[in-house]
Each structure stands twice: as structure tokens, then as C-alpha cells.
Design a protein around this ligand. Structure first.
Ligand code: IVH
Length: 662
């Protein structure tokens, strides 16, 4: 019986793949159903023989109570973008400088959502979203519903693999037609529909929605090239997009782009560009990555769709720093998959440079396919009734006279108590990359502020004392208040860098916040830091250092921090602490070649732990180049510039001394 179960699982899985991938099913629907029924009966009778990759196991849906956070084994990078031939040539030139014979693989850029999968001994174990690249969310229960994804690989290996979940155009249309019949709001595009299905606690929804997946990257591939990796992925039984090409020059890349720009609309799924990857994995490792993107790959984005609509008005909004921004009010129009009613116009210089007038018809597109941007006026549609915008003199909210920035471009509301500034500051405090509190959207925050429920950061942590009052508010219920309070409690355990970013100190972004948090460890240490000391941190100059000191010198800010601490908000850095060490501290390192005893990422982590910096290219500012076997052009450059070079033995000795390796 066990044999027959095994045989049925194999036939049905093969039929599934044929059906979904090759459009050439070798079993009729009837044959498939009867074999599946046979399997279901046998499995009911002999549950001990149920195989983990049985198609029946995919059928069972699951409801989870919350998304678990998971740390990716290898960080998940996004890709840099290029938009035209020049930028493609620049990308390639940077690479050929080091590797003159570089080949590239061109692939279609699937318009879906990135996913990381883990297989253990060949069995599917886990799927996670990208999240912030380091920590994602567990979506295993929904990914199990993707019919084209095998639960068992052809080889019993451990594997971390990346790909894209997407919805075909056909499934998207069917899904929206069904929603229309049911009177539900429609999805704007297949990507949103796919993402909406994956971000569900109940996998029944993902099951109904007919999602698909293509795999395209193995972070620690055992193969020598990306092209071979793709063949390997296929050999493992995983679905890949077959439309990839190996090319040897920028003109090969351009030909591929032209081909797929033509064929794009006839594809059964949406793509938003072309991904270009260095083929040789050794070269990829040598090229490495910046903080955000690999240097060995980039994404060519198709030109944004451009539409024409009317600019009916320009209104001014006040940001959290008091900055006044003019915004275009547009006749609502659909562009690149969503309806746009507003677009930022940045400042008066921007409006003047584009010669925009109220009442103009304007070209509109989405920059990087996300942010709506007014390109310029349609001059031949002017009829003389258009009006030039006059800059306002007072804050539109608190009516305080505006002041000009030192650059003379921006205007500010100088009133620290301006309600608009405060609300924006609160919205920033709870935002995803700051304290990450779910359930306090812009509207709700504005309402809570106006109602006096939240006036400053500590009030957020006092909401739990007003639970009943919140439940009784319109639009709130027991469950949503419950979830909000949980999210607020969870945010208390955030590491210091989130709090530093959340506080909205002028000029302190996420990256700087992390560097500061790592160095100072606790907000109480940072509070008393002086400008000179802060300037020792890479990327922190005079102005930023001064901003930080000014912020902590302000008694009101000190009080807020005290209150947050009293309310249980963590103010310590929870990641790996920086240790000062004379060999590494404040020095810039560049790594080249292969080190036999340590992975490049691990060495980078250790150098950063001891307050050193690792950068990708050699310059006069580089202090030390660490060169392993077969070093690249970085080695020669280091010699030319007379930069200290350490060989494998030297770095090994240092790390042993520090007990970082055995
Ligand atoms: S490779 C480190 N290949 O595009 C390399 N990405 O804009 C990881 N994407 O985050 C990505 N199709 O979600 C790669 N064939 C493809 C892709 C692809 C779509 C997505 C992916 C990535 C995003 C970057």
C-alpha cells in the first residue's frame, strides 16, 4: 500500500507541474480526479503513510493567529534600478573595469512579491516575506497553497532559495470579476492581488486566489554561474521563468530589453522590467554589495506609463519639521495600476522650473512605478485661464508667519507647537521603520490628536488606560483596540535605533540612527555626548552632531525620554554592540580575493563589531586592503596608492587573538 501511495503522489505531482507549467497535461481532468480520490482514500485508511509532498497536504488550509517574524539565513537584497541605455552601460562599465570578460544573464522582472523559501533535506519547511531584508514574516501557510510549488525537491538537500510570488493576468481578471459580483472593492493590479492574498492569516484566501511562483536566486549556490544555478533550480523540480538569456555585452542586454518590450503585453503575467545579473558567481562575490543592493545585478525598469490630467489646485501641507510642501490636487486618474489624486510638488522652485499653473493639464507618471510625479504642463491645452501660484505667507494650519530656510528654497512653520507638525511627528513615530505600531494610521492619529487623546509620544503608551473609551469610538471595536494595544506593547521592546529614528531628530535617518545606537548602546549615554565625540561616527558631520546635541539639550525632549522610559519603552541597543579596538576602530577596510578560513560577510561583521568600516572600492581614504587568494584589481590599486595590505595569515592571526575564530 505504501508503494501505491508513493506512486500516486509521484504521478499527481508530475501532472500538477505539467498542468501549471507546460500547458500540456498528460492526464485528463477525470483521470487526475480519480487518481486523487484513490490517494485520499488510501491516506484515510493508512494515515501513517501520508507523504509530506502529497498533493492532499497542500489542500488543507490553515488559520494562523499572527505572522511570526523570521530572520533570513542570508539577508534579502533588493535591486538598484536603471532606466535607460546610458545607465545600463554605466552599470556594465563599472563591472568590466574589474572583469573585462563578464557575461550577464537577463531575466524578466516579475511584478509580484519577493519570497524566501527554506527546504530541509529536500522537504519544504518555511516561506518568508522580505520584510526589512533581515527579518521577514512567516507566510508558510499561504505559500503551501501555491499549486506549482513542489513540497519535495528532487534531491534531499538543505536549500535557501528566493523567488517571486505573482498572479497571472487571467487569475487576476477572474479574481476581480468575482469580487465585483460580491460587491467587494477591486484590486488595482495583479501585484496587489497577490500581496493581498499572501498577507492573510487564513490560507483559504490564498488557496482560492490561484497564485503562482518563479524561483530566481540561490544565495549560497553551489554552482559556478547563475545560468547553471537556474538549470539546477529547474533540475530540483522548482519552477523557473524559461525566458532567460545569457549575453556577453551591453548590446546583448539592450537586444533582450527590446525583444521583451515588444513581447511584454502578450505574456500571461505582468513584468515591470528586466533583471540583469553577472553570470559568474565568483565575480558576483568579488563585486559584493552596498548596504542595500548587490553590485552584480540591477533592474532595468520599463518607462513609466504617462497620462494627462487636470491640475485643479495646489495646496500646502506642513511636515513634521515644519517644512511647507506644495501638493498638486489632480482630477483623479488611473496610472501604472492605481488611482492618483495628489502628487507632491516639493517646493516653489520645482513649480517654477516646471512652469506649472493652477488649471493646467499636466503629464503625470509614477517615478520608479510608485510615487506619482507631475512631469510638466501640456502647453498647447492652455486657454489663458490658468493661474500662477502665489506662495503663502502664513502656516496653513496655525497661521504663524513662515520663515525661509538658509538655502532660500524651502519655507518652514517655526511654531514647535503647530498641530500639523505635531501630528506628522506622531505619524512618523509609529511608522513601520520607526516604532512599527500597527493600527494608528494617519487618519486615526489626526483624529486622536484633535480629540486630545494623543498629544505627544508618551500618550501612545498611556492608551491602554483608555481602552473602554477607544472601544466605544466609531470605527473601533474590541478586537481592533486589542490588536492596537498589543502592537503598542510590542513596540516597547524595539532596539534603540528605532526609537532614535522615531524621535525625529532633524537629519537622523535609519542608517545614522543605527550607527549611533551601536556606538552609544543606551540613550542615557547618548544624552550627554558632545559634538566632537559624535563626529567620530562615520557619516555624522558637524550639522548632524549639532542637531543631536540640540535635541538632547532641550529640557522638553529630556522629559519625553524620561517619561517613555518610565512607561517601559526600551532605550538600549539590542543588536551586537560595537567594541572599540585599536586595530579596527574608525578605519576603512576593503576586502578582495578569497579567504579560505572565513566568509566575506562574516569578516565584514567582525570588522564592524570592532568599529571598523568595510567599503567596496579602494580609494585614497582606504586604510587597509585585506587580500585573499586571486585578488582582483583592488589589490593592484592598493599597491598603486601605497595602502597597507594584509594577507590571509595576518588577518587570521588577528582574529585568533581576538578569539573570533578558533
Ligand atoms: S533577483 C539579490 N530576479 O524585483 C538578487 N529579482 O526590484 C535578488 N524580481 O527584490 C533579486 N523578478 O522581488 C531577481 N528575475 C528576477 C526578478 C526579481 C522580479 C523582484 C525581486 C526584487 C525586486 C527588485
Amino acid at each position: 500500500m505504501q508503494e501505491r501511495i508513493k506512486e500516486l503522489v509521484e504521478i499527481l505531482n508530475k501532472a500538477n507541474v505539467e498542468y501549471y507549467m507546460n500547458d500540456d497535461p498528460f492526464l485528463s481532468d477525470n483521470e487526475y480526479d480519480s487518481l486523487l480520490n484513490e490517494l485520499i482514500k488510501l491516506e484515510e485508511e493508512y494515515p501513517e503513510f501520508i507523504l509530506p509532498d502529497s498533493p492532499t497536504q497542500k489542500v488543507a488550509t490553515k488559520v494562523i493567529s499572527e505572522f511570526q517574524k523570521v530572520t533570513h539565513d542570508t539577508p534579502m537584497f533588493s535591486l538598484s534600478n536603471v532606466f535607460n541605455e546610458n545607465e545600463i552601460r554605466d552599470f556594465s562599465n563599472k563591472i568590466t573595469k574589474e572583469f573585462p570578460n563578464c557575461q550577464y544573464v537577463c531575466e524578466l522582472k516579475m511584478d509580484g512579491l519577493a519570497v524566501s523559501l527554506n527546504y530541509e533535506k529536500g522537504i519544504f519547511k518555511r516561506a518568508a516575506t522580505r520584510g526589512d531584508g533581515v527579518i521577514g514574516e512567516d507566510i508558510t501557510h499561504n505559500v503551501l497553497m501555491i499549486k506549482t510549488l513542489p513540497l519535495k525537491l528532487k534531491e534531499p538537500i538543505d536549500l535557501e532559495i528566493r523567488g517571486e510570488i505573482f498572479m497571472s493576468k487571467k487569475s487576476f481578471n477572474e479574481c476581480n470579476a468575482k469580487r465585483e459580483r460580491e460587491g467587494l472593492p477591486l484590486f488595482q493590479n495583479p501585484r496587489n492581488a497577490a500581496a493581498g492574498s499572501i498577507r492573510q492569516l487564513d490560507s483559504k484566501i490564498a488557496k482560492e486566489r490561484d497564485l503562482d511562483i518563479y524561483l530566481y536566486h540561490i544565495p549560497n549556490t553551489p554552482m559556478a554561474t547563475h545560468y547553471e544555478t537556474m538549470q539546477y533550480i529547474k533540475k530540483l523540480g522548482l519552477p523557473i521563468n524559461p525566458n532567460l538569456a545569457l549575453v556577453s555585452s551591453p548590446s546583448g542586454i539592450l537586444d533582450y530589453i527590446e525583444e521583451w518590450t515588444q513581447k511584454r503585453s502578450s505574456l500571461p503575467y505582468e513584468i515591470d522590467g528586466i533583471v540583469i545579473k553577472v553570470n559568474d558567481i565568483g565575480m558576483q562575490r568579488e563585486l559584493g554589495s552596498t548596504a542595500k543592493y548587490p553590485r552584480w545585478a540591477t533592474a532595468y525598469k520599463f518607462p513609466a506609463e504617462e497620462v494627462i490630467t487636470k491640475l485643479t489646485d495646489i495646496i500646502f501641507t506642513v511636515g513634521r519639521t515644519g517644512q511647507i510642501t506644495p501638493n498638486a490636487v489632480l482630477d483623479p486618474i488611473k496610472v501604472a495600476g492605481s488611482t492618483v489624486k495628489r502628487a507632491t510638488l516639493h517646493n516653489m522652485d520645482y513649480i517654477r522650473a516646471k512652469d506649472l499653473k493652477i488649471g493646467d493639464y499636466v503629464y503625470l507618471h509614477k517615478a520608479g512605478d510608485v510615487i506619482p510625479e507631475v512631469v510638466g504642463p501640456v502647453l498647447n491645452r492652455r486657454n489663458g485661464s490658468e493661474k500662477i501660484l502665489k506662495m503663502i505667507e502664513n502656516c496653513p494650519i496655525c497661521h504663524t508667519p513662515l520663515v525661509k530656510s538658509t538655502s532660500e528654497i524651502d519655507y518652514f512653520c517655526p511654531n514647535k507647537l503647530c498641530p500639523a507638525r505635531n501630528v506628522e511627528g506622531l505619524i512618523h513615530f509609529v511608522s513601520r521603520n520607526a516604532m512599527n505600531i500597527d493600527g494608528l494610521g494617519d487618519r486615526i492619529m489626526e483624529d486622536f490628536y484633535n480629540m486630545g487623546i494623543i498629544k505627544n509620544f508618551p500618550d501612545i503608551y498611556l492608551l491602554k488606560n483608555r481602552k473602554q473609551e477607544l472601544i466605544e469610538l466609531e470605527g473601533f471595536g474590541n478586537k481592533s483596540v486589542e490588536n492596537l494595544l498589543i502592537s503598542i506593547e510590542n513596540s516597547k521592546h524595539s532596539s534603540l535605533e528605532r526609537l532614535l529614528f522615531a524621535l525625529g531628530i532633524p537629519g537622523i535617518g535609519e542608517k545614522n540612527a543605527k550607527l549611533i545606537a551601536k556606538k552609544y548602546g543606551d540613550i542615557d549615554n547618548l544624552k550627554n555626548a558632545n559634538v566632537e565625540e559624535l563626529k567620530l561616527i562615520p557619516d555624522i558631520g558637524e550639522i548632524l552632531a549639532q542637531n543631536i546635541c540640540n535635541f538632547f539639550d532641550e529640557p522638553a525632549n529630556r522629559m519625553i525620554i524620561r517619561e517613555l522610559q518610565d512607561l517601559g519603552v526600551n532605550t538600549e541597543y539590542l543588536g551586537e554592540k560595537v567594541i572599540e579596538h585599536e586595530i579596527f576602530s574608525n578605519k576603512k577596510f576593503v576586502l578582495t580575493g578569497t579567504l579560505s578560513f572565513i566568509k566575506r560577510d562574516d569578516l565584514k561583521r567582525i570588522i564592524e563589531k570592532y568599529n571598523g568600516m568595510v567599503s567596496g572600492s579602494v580609494s585614497a581614504k582606504t586604510d587597509v586592503v585585506i587580500a585573499g587568494e586571486d585578488p582582483g584589481s583592488k589589490y593592484t590599486k592598493a599597491q598603486e596608492l601605497n595602502i597597507e595590505i594584509w594577507n590571509e595569515e595576518k588577518i587570521k592571526d588577528i582574529l585568533m587573538e581576538l578569539n573570533e575564530i578558533e
